[in-house]
Design a protein around this ligand. Sequence first.
Ligand code: NDP
Length: 326
Amino acid sequence: MFNAILIEKEDETQSVKLTQVDEAQLPEGDVTIDVAYSTLNYKDGLAITGSSPVVRNFPMVPGIDLAGTVRESSNSEWKAGDKVVLNGWGVGEVHWGGLAQVARLKGEWLVPLPAAFSEKQAMAIGTAGYTAALCVDALVNGGVEPGQGEILVTGATGGVGSVAVALLKKAGFEVVGSTGKASEADYLEKLGASSVIDRAELSERGKPLQRERWAGVVDTVGSFTLANACAQTKYGGAVAACGLAQGPDFNTTVMPFILRGVRLLGVDSVMAPRPLRLAAWERLGKDLDPALLEVIAEEISLEDAVSTASDLLEGKVRGRVVVDVN
Ligand code: NDP
Protein backbone atom coordinates (compact mmCIF):
# COMPACT_ATOMS: atom_id res chain seq x y z
CA MET A 1 0.00 0.00 0.00
CA PHE A 2 1.14 3.58 -0.61
CA ASN A 3 -0.19 7.07 0.10
CA ALA A 4 -1.75 9.00 -2.77
CA ILE A 5 -4.14 11.82 -3.53
CA LEU A 6 -7.07 10.16 -5.29
CA ILE A 7 -9.72 11.95 -7.35
CA GLU A 8 -12.97 10.05 -7.81
CA LYS A 9 -16.18 10.88 -9.65
CA GLU A 10 -19.64 9.57 -8.96
CA ASP A 11 -22.86 10.88 -10.55
CA GLU A 12 -20.99 13.86 -12.03
CA THR A 13 -19.72 14.84 -8.56
CA GLN A 14 -15.96 14.89 -8.05
CA SER A 15 -14.36 14.09 -4.68
CA VAL A 16 -10.72 14.13 -3.67
CA LYS A 17 -8.90 12.68 -0.67
CA LEU A 18 -5.55 11.52 0.68
CA THR A 19 -5.81 7.75 0.91
CA GLN A 20 -3.95 4.43 0.85
CA VAL A 21 -3.80 2.67 -2.51
CA ASP A 22 -2.85 -0.93 -3.25
CA GLU A 23 0.18 -1.22 -5.58
CA ALA A 24 -1.82 -3.80 -7.57
CA GLN A 25 -3.96 -0.87 -8.76
CA LEU A 26 -1.04 0.97 -10.40
CA PRO A 27 -1.56 1.51 -14.13
CA GLU A 28 0.44 -0.22 -16.85
CA GLY A 29 3.97 0.95 -17.57
CA ASP A 30 7.50 -0.36 -17.92
CA VAL A 31 9.10 1.66 -15.10
CA THR A 32 8.06 1.75 -11.43
CA ILE A 33 9.30 4.77 -9.48
CA ASP A 34 9.58 5.53 -5.79
CA VAL A 35 8.51 9.16 -5.84
CA ALA A 36 10.48 11.57 -3.66
CA TYR A 37 8.81 14.87 -4.52
CA SER A 38 6.00 16.18 -6.69
CA THR A 39 4.65 19.70 -7.15
CA LEU A 40 1.47 21.70 -7.57
CA ASN A 41 1.12 23.41 -10.93
CA TYR A 42 -1.81 25.50 -12.12
CA LYS A 43 -3.09 22.44 -14.01
CA ASP A 44 -2.91 20.32 -10.84
CA GLY A 45 -5.02 22.99 -9.16
CA LEU A 46 -7.61 22.65 -11.93
CA ALA A 47 -7.54 18.85 -11.64
CA ILE A 48 -7.82 18.68 -7.84
CA THR A 49 -10.57 21.28 -7.54
CA GLY A 50 -12.41 19.96 -10.61
CA SER A 51 -12.82 23.52 -11.87
CA SER A 52 -11.79 22.49 -15.38
CA PRO A 53 -12.07 19.05 -17.01
CA VAL A 54 -8.34 18.28 -16.81
CA VAL A 55 -8.87 14.74 -15.51
CA ARG A 56 -10.20 12.41 -18.16
CA ASN A 57 -10.10 9.00 -16.38
CA PHE A 58 -11.37 8.23 -12.87
CA PRO A 59 -10.18 7.35 -10.33
CA MET A 60 -7.10 9.49 -10.95
CA VAL A 61 -3.94 10.25 -9.01
CA PRO A 62 -3.17 13.89 -9.97
CA GLY A 63 0.31 15.38 -10.30
CA ILE A 64 1.77 16.27 -13.71
CA ASP A 65 5.33 16.22 -12.32
CA LEU A 66 7.45 13.88 -10.24
CA ALA A 67 11.05 13.23 -9.30
CA GLY A 68 12.19 9.95 -7.81
CA THR A 69 14.22 6.77 -8.08
CA VAL A 70 13.56 3.87 -10.42
CA ARG A 71 12.62 0.79 -8.38
CA GLU A 72 11.99 -1.66 -11.26
CA SER A 73 12.33 -1.30 -15.01
CA SER A 74 11.82 -3.47 -18.07
CA ASN A 75 12.78 -0.50 -20.27
CA SER A 76 16.37 -0.82 -21.54
CA GLU A 77 17.03 2.89 -20.98
CA TRP A 78 16.42 2.80 -17.22
CA LYS A 79 17.60 0.60 -14.36
CA ALA A 80 16.86 0.35 -10.65
CA GLY A 81 18.50 3.23 -8.78
CA ASP A 82 18.35 5.77 -11.64
CA LYS A 83 17.14 9.23 -10.59
CA VAL A 84 14.48 10.50 -12.98
CA VAL A 85 12.13 13.41 -13.67
CA LEU A 86 8.72 13.31 -15.34
CA ASN A 87 6.89 16.34 -16.76
CA GLY A 88 3.59 16.10 -18.58
CA TRP A 89 2.73 13.51 -21.25
CA GLY A 90 -0.84 13.45 -19.89
CA VAL A 91 0.34 12.11 -16.51
CA GLY A 92 -2.06 13.31 -13.81
CA GLU A 93 -4.71 13.74 -16.54
CA VAL A 94 -5.15 10.34 -18.23
CA HIS A 95 -2.40 8.33 -16.48
CA TRP A 96 -1.84 8.21 -12.70
CA GLY A 97 0.53 10.96 -11.61
CA GLY A 98 3.05 12.18 -9.09
CA LEU A 99 1.02 13.11 -5.99
CA ALA A 100 1.70 9.65 -4.58
CA GLN A 101 4.56 7.66 -3.08
CA VAL A 102 4.76 5.28 -6.07
CA ALA A 103 4.18 5.77 -9.80
CA ARG A 104 4.28 3.44 -12.80
CA LEU A 105 5.03 5.12 -16.12
CA LYS A 106 6.38 4.64 -19.62
CA GLY A 107 10.17 4.88 -19.68
CA GLU A 108 10.08 7.00 -22.85
CA TRP A 109 8.41 9.81 -20.88
CA LEU A 110 11.27 10.16 -18.40
CA VAL A 111 14.36 12.36 -18.46
CA PRO A 112 17.38 11.95 -16.18
CA LEU A 113 17.45 14.12 -13.06
CA PRO A 114 19.82 16.95 -14.10
CA ALA A 115 23.14 16.78 -12.24
CA ALA A 116 22.70 20.39 -11.10
CA PHE A 117 19.61 19.63 -9.03
CA SER A 118 18.36 17.43 -6.18
CA GLU A 119 14.96 15.77 -6.59
CA LYS A 120 13.43 18.49 -4.43
CA GLN A 121 15.02 21.25 -6.51
CA ALA A 122 13.84 19.63 -9.75
CA MET A 123 10.31 19.73 -8.40
CA ALA A 124 10.74 23.32 -7.21
CA ILE A 125 11.23 23.89 -10.95
CA GLY A 126 8.59 21.39 -12.15
CA THR A 127 6.52 21.80 -15.30
CA ALA A 128 6.19 25.53 -14.57
CA GLY A 129 9.95 26.07 -14.58
CA TYR A 130 10.56 23.73 -17.47
CA THR A 131 7.89 25.62 -19.45
CA ALA A 132 9.61 28.89 -18.58
CA ALA A 133 12.80 27.41 -20.08
CA LEU A 134 10.88 26.32 -23.21
CA CYS A 135 9.62 29.92 -23.56
CA VAL A 136 13.11 31.40 -23.19
CA ASP A 137 14.45 28.85 -25.71
CA ALA A 138 11.63 29.83 -28.10
CA LEU A 139 12.56 33.53 -27.88
CA VAL A 140 16.30 32.94 -28.19
CA ASN A 141 15.91 30.47 -31.06
CA GLY A 142 13.55 33.03 -32.62
CA GLY A 143 16.40 35.54 -32.76
CA VAL A 144 15.62 37.67 -29.70
CA GLU A 145 18.92 38.85 -28.23
CA PRO A 146 20.04 40.85 -25.20
CA GLY A 147 20.54 44.45 -26.21
CA GLN A 148 17.44 44.57 -28.41
CA GLY A 149 15.30 45.91 -25.57
CA GLU A 150 13.22 44.91 -22.58
CA ILE A 151 11.53 41.51 -22.20
CA LEU A 152 8.08 41.47 -20.60
CA VAL A 153 7.07 38.55 -18.36
CA THR A 154 3.36 38.44 -17.48
CA GLY A 155 2.00 36.60 -14.44
CA ALA A 156 5.49 37.29 -13.15
CA THR A 157 5.04 36.07 -9.56
CA GLY A 158 3.53 32.77 -10.74
CA GLY A 159 5.53 29.57 -11.17
CA VAL A 160 6.27 30.01 -14.89
CA GLY A 161 6.77 33.75 -14.53
CA SER A 162 9.18 33.55 -11.57
CA VAL A 163 11.50 31.09 -13.31
CA ALA A 164 11.25 32.98 -16.62
CA VAL A 165 12.38 36.19 -14.90
CA ALA A 166 15.40 34.42 -13.39
CA LEU A 167 16.40 32.62 -16.61
CA LEU A 168 16.05 35.72 -18.80
CA LYS A 169 18.14 37.80 -16.40
CA LYS A 170 20.87 35.15 -16.36
CA ALA A 171 20.82 35.03 -20.18
CA GLY A 172 21.61 38.76 -20.21
CA PHE A 173 18.17 40.27 -20.85
CA GLU A 174 16.59 43.28 -19.17
CA VAL A 175 13.37 41.93 -17.67
CA VAL A 176 10.13 43.73 -16.75
CA GLY A 177 7.66 41.76 -14.64
CA SER A 178 3.91 42.38 -14.89
CA THR A 179 2.10 41.47 -11.69
CA GLY A 180 -1.10 42.04 -9.76
CA LYS A 181 0.88 41.80 -6.51
CA ALA A 182 2.50 45.23 -6.03
CA SER A 183 3.82 44.01 -2.67
CA GLU A 184 6.00 41.42 -4.46
CA ALA A 185 8.15 43.95 -6.35
CA ASP A 186 11.12 43.12 -4.09
CA TYR A 187 10.68 39.40 -4.79
CA LEU A 188 10.71 40.01 -8.55
CA GLU A 189 13.75 42.28 -8.30
CA LYS A 190 15.56 39.60 -6.29
CA LEU A 191 14.85 37.15 -9.12
CA GLY A 192 16.26 39.57 -11.68
CA ALA A 193 13.50 41.95 -12.83
CA SER A 194 14.82 45.46 -13.48
CA SER A 195 11.33 46.91 -13.04
CA VAL A 196 7.74 45.90 -12.36
CA ILE A 197 4.47 47.08 -13.92
CA ASP A 198 0.90 46.68 -12.66
CA ARG A 199 -0.87 43.96 -14.62
CA ALA A 200 -3.96 46.23 -14.80
CA GLU A 201 -2.05 48.17 -17.50
CA LEU A 202 -2.41 45.12 -19.77
CA SER A 203 -5.60 43.42 -18.70
CA GLU A 204 -8.29 45.47 -20.52
CA ARG A 205 -9.08 45.63 -24.24
CA GLY A 206 -6.54 47.97 -25.92
CA LYS A 207 -5.71 49.38 -29.35
CA PRO A 208 -4.44 46.90 -31.97
CA LEU A 209 -1.13 48.77 -32.28
CA GLN A 210 0.38 50.55 -29.28
CA ARG A 211 3.73 52.18 -28.46
CA GLU A 212 6.50 49.68 -29.27
CA ARG A 213 8.20 48.66 -26.06
CA TRP A 214 9.12 44.95 -25.81
CA ALA A 215 11.83 43.09 -27.74
CA GLY A 216 10.22 39.89 -26.52
CA VAL A 217 7.47 38.64 -24.22
CA VAL A 218 6.86 35.53 -22.11
CA ASP A 219 3.08 35.48 -21.60
CA THR A 220 1.51 33.17 -19.04
CA VAL A 221 -1.81 34.98 -18.91
CA GLY A 222 -3.51 34.99 -22.36
CA SER A 223 -6.67 37.03 -23.06
CA PHE A 224 -6.38 40.86 -23.33
CA THR A 225 -2.96 40.72 -21.68
CA LEU A 226 -1.57 38.68 -24.58
CA ALA A 227 -3.32 40.92 -27.13
CA ASN A 228 -1.84 44.06 -25.53
CA ALA A 229 1.59 42.44 -25.24
CA CYS A 230 1.54 41.72 -29.00
CA ALA A 231 0.36 45.28 -29.70
CA GLN A 232 3.32 46.66 -27.69
CA THR A 233 6.01 44.37 -29.14
CA LYS A 234 8.69 46.10 -31.20
CA TYR A 235 9.18 45.58 -34.90
CA GLY A 236 10.49 42.02 -35.50
CA GLY A 237 10.07 40.97 -31.87
CA ALA A 238 8.59 37.71 -30.60
CA VAL A 239 5.97 36.69 -28.05
CA ALA A 240 6.11 33.24 -26.43
CA ALA A 241 2.57 32.34 -25.32
CA CYS A 242 2.16 29.49 -22.86
CA GLY A 243 -0.66 30.31 -20.45
CA LEU A 244 -4.24 31.35 -19.81
CA ALA A 245 -4.34 32.58 -16.20
CA GLN A 246 -6.52 35.53 -17.30
CA GLY A 247 -8.40 33.50 -19.92
CA PRO A 248 -8.11 31.42 -23.08
CA ASP A 249 -9.68 34.10 -25.29
CA PHE A 250 -7.49 36.07 -27.68
CA ASN A 251 -9.41 38.93 -29.28
CA THR A 252 -7.09 41.04 -31.35
CA THR A 253 -6.16 41.95 -34.91
CA VAL A 254 -3.41 40.77 -37.22
CA MET A 255 -1.85 44.28 -37.23
CA PRO A 256 1.21 43.56 -35.02
CA PHE A 257 1.98 40.50 -37.16
CA ILE A 258 1.56 42.04 -40.62
CA LEU A 259 2.78 45.59 -39.96
CA ARG A 260 5.56 44.93 -37.44
CA GLY A 261 6.55 41.37 -38.27
CA VAL A 262 5.84 40.36 -34.67
CA ARG A 263 5.94 36.59 -34.20
CA LEU A 264 3.63 34.69 -31.87
CA LEU A 265 5.33 31.51 -30.66
CA GLY A 266 3.10 28.90 -29.05
CA VAL A 267 4.72 26.88 -26.27
CA ASP A 268 3.46 23.49 -25.11
CA SER A 269 5.19 21.47 -22.41
CA VAL A 270 2.94 18.41 -22.26
CA MET A 271 3.76 16.74 -25.57
CA ALA A 272 7.03 18.60 -26.25
CA PRO A 273 9.45 16.21 -27.97
CA ARG A 274 12.40 14.91 -26.00
CA PRO A 275 15.12 17.10 -27.61
CA LEU A 276 13.22 20.26 -26.57
CA ARG A 277 12.82 18.87 -23.04
CA LEU A 278 16.50 18.04 -22.72
CA ALA A 279 17.48 21.49 -24.05
CA ALA A 280 15.12 23.17 -21.58
CA TRP A 281 16.50 21.18 -18.63
CA GLU A 282 20.04 21.96 -19.84
CA ARG A 283 19.23 25.70 -19.75
CA LEU A 284 17.79 25.31 -16.26
CA GLY A 285 20.88 23.41 -15.09
CA LYS A 286 23.17 26.07 -16.54
CA ASP A 287 21.27 29.28 -15.80
CA LEU A 288 19.04 28.78 -12.76
CA ASP A 289 20.84 29.46 -9.51
CA PRO A 290 19.68 26.68 -7.12
CA ALA A 291 19.80 29.23 -4.29
CA LEU A 292 16.95 31.13 -6.00
CA LEU A 293 14.77 28.03 -5.67
CA GLU A 294 14.80 28.63 -1.92
CA VAL A 295 13.24 32.04 -2.63
CA ILE A 296 10.78 30.77 -5.25
CA ALA A 297 9.49 27.55 -3.67
CA GLU A 298 7.66 26.57 -0.50
CA GLU A 299 7.31 22.97 0.65
CA ILE A 300 4.08 21.30 1.71
CA SER A 301 3.05 17.75 2.64
CA LEU A 302 0.81 15.47 0.58
CA GLU A 303 -1.85 16.14 3.21
CA ASP A 304 -1.84 19.89 2.41
CA ALA A 305 -1.99 19.44 -1.37
CA VAL A 306 -5.78 19.60 -1.63
CA SER A 307 -6.25 22.90 0.25
CA THR A 308 -3.21 24.49 -1.41
CA ALA A 309 -4.65 23.62 -4.85
CA SER A 310 -7.56 26.00 -4.18
CA ASP A 311 -5.21 28.77 -3.00
CA LEU A 312 -3.19 28.34 -6.19
CA LEU A 313 -6.20 28.85 -8.43
CA GLU A 314 -7.21 31.91 -6.44
CA GLY A 315 -3.78 33.42 -7.22
CA LYS A 316 -2.84 33.40 -3.51
CA VAL A 317 0.37 31.40 -3.99
CA ARG A 318 3.66 33.08 -4.88
CA GLY A 319 6.19 31.14 -6.95
CA ARG A 320 6.26 27.35 -6.73
CA VAL A 321 4.92 24.68 -4.38
CA VAL A 322 6.96 21.49 -3.78
CA VAL A 323 5.14 18.48 -2.35
CA ASP A 324 7.05 16.03 -0.12
CA VAL A 325 5.01 12.88 -0.77
CA ASN A 326 6.69 10.82 1.98
P1 NDP B 1 0.49 30.22 -11.29
O1 NDP B 1 -0.87 30.12 -10.73
O2 NDP B 1 1.68 29.91 -10.45
O3 NDP B 1 0.73 31.71 -11.85
C1 NDP B 1 -0.20 32.38 -12.65
C2 NDP B 1 0.00 33.88 -12.40
O4 NDP B 1 -0.81 34.59 -13.33
C3 NDP B 1 -0.49 34.32 -11.03
O5 NDP B 1 0.47 34.15 -10.03
C4 NDP B 1 -0.75 35.79 -11.29
O6 NDP B 1 0.48 36.46 -11.28
C5 NDP B 1 -1.25 35.79 -12.74
N1 NDP B 1 -2.71 35.83 -12.82
C6 NDP B 1 -3.60 35.04 -12.17
N2 NDP B 1 -4.87 35.39 -12.49
C7 NDP B 1 -4.77 36.41 -13.36
C8 NDP B 1 -5.71 37.21 -14.04
N3 NDP B 1 -7.03 37.03 -13.90
N4 NDP B 1 -5.26 38.19 -14.85
C9 NDP B 1 -3.94 38.39 -15.02
N5 NDP B 1 -2.99 37.67 -14.39
C10 NDP B 1 -3.40 36.70 -13.57
O7 NDP B 1 0.50 29.35 -12.62
P2 NDP B 1 1.76 28.82 -13.46
O8 NDP B 1 2.81 29.86 -13.46
O9 NDP B 1 2.09 27.46 -13.04
O10 NDP B 1 1.11 28.74 -14.90
C11 NDP B 1 0.81 29.95 -15.59
C12 NDP B 1 -0.05 29.63 -16.81
O11 NDP B 1 0.70 28.85 -17.73
C13 NDP B 1 -1.31 28.83 -16.49
O12 NDP B 1 -2.36 29.30 -17.29
C14 NDP B 1 -0.93 27.42 -16.87
O13 NDP B 1 -2.05 26.65 -17.22
C15 NDP B 1 -0.03 27.68 -18.06
N6 NDP B 1 0.93 26.62 -18.29
C16 NDP B 1 1.03 26.15 -19.56
C17 NDP B 1 1.94 25.19 -19.88
C18 NDP B 1 2.07 24.75 -21.30
O14 NDP B 1 2.54 23.65 -21.55
N7 NDP B 1 1.71 25.59 -22.26
C19 NDP B 1 2.77 24.56 -18.85
C20 NDP B 1 2.67 25.19 -17.55
C21 NDP B 1 1.75 26.18 -17.30
P3 NDP B 1 0.63 37.96 -10.69
O15 NDP B 1 -0.06 37.94 -9.37
O16 NDP B 1 2.10 38.16 -10.61
O17 NDP B 1 -0.06 38.88 -11.64
